[in-house]
Design a protein around this ligand. Structure first.
Ligand SMILES: Cc1ncc(C[n+]2csc(CCOP(=O)(O)OP(=O)(O)O)c2C)c(N)n1
Length: 439
């Protein structure tokens, strides 16, 4: 964290709130109160903590930021306007047909690595990114902002587990614990020690903080990477924070303010607001860029006419051959690698292989994370078990992810094991994915 006076950061946070309210009021829809609760966290991250080139969001060693609670998109857009990447005037086009500033972020925006908004998916993608940073010997950190309602999703805990197992101290989760969900209070409200215990159980270092105290946020963030564990900030916040008639009030989720209400809110926020334009942003360190270039060609594998080779075994052999030619290739598997034959790759290239254990939603999310970092991920398990990750796969389509899913034991081929192991429905599912090719 570089030296930025906390008063400035408080001002920027209010400016982000103003943008979020103004844009959603203009759009006539959106989630302004979900933006307001996280504004102090986002201001501190984007203006002093994260090391990145704001002119080049794709810089290979920029710190990554995943807005897992994608409905707070206006806050993300406001941050990238206040750091100078998009003109502030663009924010007024939020949610307009044909504009890339959609209601939830997608990678059509240079600063969004993945589509978010289907809650619970960001942390798994962050695990993939953090693993990719290690593989490439880069020192960027991956920050994932989640809602407290969101972390009821099981996929979050699949990801938390793998992050703990791999001691990903370059991964930072932030829980914006504003007590409220969409239709009512979250199960644990502001009893946020519950979340700390859960993350601790998964091998994380936990910090329970006041998510509106910029000084405290900055202080705990200055400890990023000092441990051999992933770090989670459980930030106690208030939904609608900063606006007296919204703050901590139920019934305001996903509701824009009308013109009059917006004017009243802005009148409260404006005196303490400050633009972020011109504030110094720490640069990414200059480490060698990874070689993510595609090879000129791939080796052919020939079999003799009449040879009988199981398709899964041929997959394992082919993946190794591809991996020899193309160092972008990484493999992930869900404790089936001796059946899918991904183990051939795991044995040959252990540093490019990740065992994700029996957690298929996370298996797919981790692969997506690798894909965002220029890798070519191959994820394998029994074909039928990919249906568990239907939503991650669907969102990968929206993200235009480079993702190879390899399912073994297709159709009724595993007949003796019974129908629970047979891949039948998955073909229909895969064929519905935008941009997909099914072989
Ligand atoms: C998987 C999924 N289920 C439901 C929704 C609908 N939804 C959008 S926001 C929201 C509440 C989120 O609450 P929280 O995570 O606490 O975020 P907050 O807006 O309070 O910051 C819900 C249920 C969704 N987007 N994704």
């Amino acid at each position: 964290m570089i030296d930025i006076d906390f008063e400035s950061l408080k001002g920027v946070a209010n400016q982000l709130r103003i943008h979020s309210i103004t844009a959603t009021t203009a759009a006539g829809s959106g989630h302004p109160t979900s933006c307001c609760s996280a504004a102090d966290l986002v201001a501190t991250l984007f203006f002093g903590q994260m090391r990145y080139d704001a002119k080049n969001p794709h810089h290979y060693n920029n710190d990554r930021f995943i807005l897992s609670k994608g409905h707070a998109a206006p806050l993300l857009y406001a941050a990238w306007a206040e750091n100078g990447f998009i003109p502030v005037s663009e924010l007024a086009k939020l949610r307009q047909f044909g504009n890339d500033l959609e209601g939830h972020p997608t990678p059509r925006l240079a600063f969004a690595d993945v589509a978010t908004g289907s809650l619970g998916q960001g942390l798994g993608v962050g695990v993939g990114m953090a693993l990719a940073a290690r593989l490439d010997n880069l020192d960027y950190n991956t920050y994932v902002l989640m809602g407290d309602g969101e972390i009821a999703e099981g996929a979050v805990w699949e990801a938390a587990s793998l992050a703990g197992i791999n001691k990903l101290n370059n991964l930072i989760a932030i829980v914006d614990a504003n007590r409220l969900g969409q239709s009512e209070a979250t199960a644990f409200g502001h009893d946020i020690g519950v979340y700390a215990k859960r993350f601790e159980a998964f091998g994380w270092r936990t910090e329970v903080i006041d998510g509106h105290d910029i000084e405290e946020i900055a202080e705990v963030l200055s400890g990023v990477g000092l441990d051999n564990k992933p770090l989670v900030l459980i930030a106690k916040t208030y939904k609608g924070a900063g606006v007296s008639f919204l703050q901590d009030k139920d019934g305001w989720h996903g509701k824009p303010l009308n013109q009059e209400e917006a004017a009243k809110a802005i009148a409260e926020l404006q005196p303490g607001a400050k633009s972020g334009i011109g504030l110094p942003i720490p640069a990414p360190s200059q480490l060698p860029a990874p070689n993510n270039a595609a090879p000129a060609g791939y080796p052919a594998i020939s079999y003799n006419l009449g040879d009988k080779i199981a398709t899964r075994e041929a997959y394992g052999t082919a993946l190794v051959r591809l991996g020899e030619a193309d160092q972008r290739i990484v493999a992930v598997d869900g404790d089936t690698k001796n059946s899918t034959y991904a183990e051939k790759f795991f044995q040959k290239f252990p540093n490019r292989s990740t065992e994700c254990f029996i957690a298929e939603q996370n298996l797919v999310a981790v692969a997506i994370g690798f894909g965002t970092r220029g890798k070519v991920p191959f994820a394998s398990t029994f074909a039928t078990f990919f249906t568990r990750a239907a939503d991650q796969i669907r969102v990968a389509g929206i993200s235009q992810s480079n993702l190879k899913l390899v399912g073994s034991h297709v159709g009724v081929s595993i007949g003796e094991d019974g129908p629970s192991q047979m891949a039948l429905e998955d073909l229909a599912m895969m064929r519905a994915i935008v941009g997909s090719t099914v072989l």
